[in-house]
Design a protein around this ligand. Structure first.
Ligand SMILES: [Zn+2]
Length: 267
């Protein structure tokens, strides 16, 4: 046989799912079509676009309507916990009933920001309850708040809907704890940073059917673009880096993470 299967696998048929991106942010106001085209040229064909305010929700809804492989999520980020009220909750319910808007997020805790921890925790718990009521998976933001995020997810019986720890940046021990709650772990450009040895150990300890990849664009650009505006196409670099860490081909990890994302989002 002259053509090895691996040749075909590496050149063809790679599809990458960016499980957390904000191409609905002002940073992309001028060039969304180019960004989507560049992503597709790098085989990043599917995305979950996360809305976090009125403007980003309108843009998310348009993207979801215009592109078959773009899906949406909506939720109250912990930084905006003070804005959470019944009216906002009703708008989440409405949006989550629209086609292809399939996750509540990002929600969680951010102890790097000024908002009171009590308020963040209460809004996080309320949104977990909402996810249960609507039976939708959650996308979780966790910054410097591992203990409390874990406790609240556990109390919220998150395993009933499942969800994604977005841009997971804990060590292997934390990975095990969140996996035990039924969560999947999404790895971003952070895992390519020099000082992220802990995160790479967590990745190696995460079963393949629980691994996702993402950009969190416009933030967290992977090496070799660290410090620049991130964009969904760069998921490719994170994916290739992670595949190598694990002794897999990029198409193998792409396929696995693509399937995982679709399964978790129920799409
Ligand atoms: Zn985000």
């Amino acid at each position: 046989m002259r053509w090895k299967a691996s040749f075909l696998e590496s050149e063809d048929l790679m599809e990458i799912f960016d499980s957390h991106t904000h191409i609905n942010a002002p940073e992309f106001a001028d060039d969304i079509p180019d960004v989507i085209q560049r992503a597709s040229a790098l085989d990043v064909t599917a995305m979950l676009v996360i809305a976090y305010d009125a403007d980003s929700t309108a843009k998310m809804r348009k993207l979801v309507a215009d592109f078959p492989e773009i899906y949406g999520a909506i939720g109250c980020h912990p930084e905006d916990a003070a804005a959470y009220d019944e009216k906002l909750e009703r708008s989440f319910i409405y949006n989550l009933q629209q086609p292809k808007v399939c996750a509540l997020g990002e929600i969680g805790l951010d102890y790097h920001c000024e908002v009171s921890h009590d308020l963040q925790q209460s809004v996080f718990a309320q949104q977990l309850k909402l996810a249960q009521r609507l039976q939708v998976p959650v996308s979780i933001h966790n910054r410097d708040a591992f203990e409390d995020v874990y406790r609240i997810l556990r109390a919220g019986e998150v395993w009933k809907t499942g969800g994604i720890m977005h841009s997971f940046n804990g060590d292997a021990a934390w990975a095990q704890k969140f996996l035990a709650l039924g969560m999947s772990l999404s790895y971003s450009g952070v895992s390519t940073f020099k000082n992220a040895g802990d995160v790479r150990e967590a990745f190696l300890a995460t079963p393949l059917d629980k691994v996702l990849v993402e950009t969190d664009a416009p933030y967290l650009a992977p090496v070799p673009y660290r410090g620049k505006r991130n964009e969904p196409g760069y998921t490719r670099y994170t994916l290739e880096f992670l595949a190598q860490q694990r002794g897999l081909s990029a198409p193998e990890l792409a396929q696995k993470t693509f399937e995982n994302t679709k399964r978790i989002l129920g799409i």
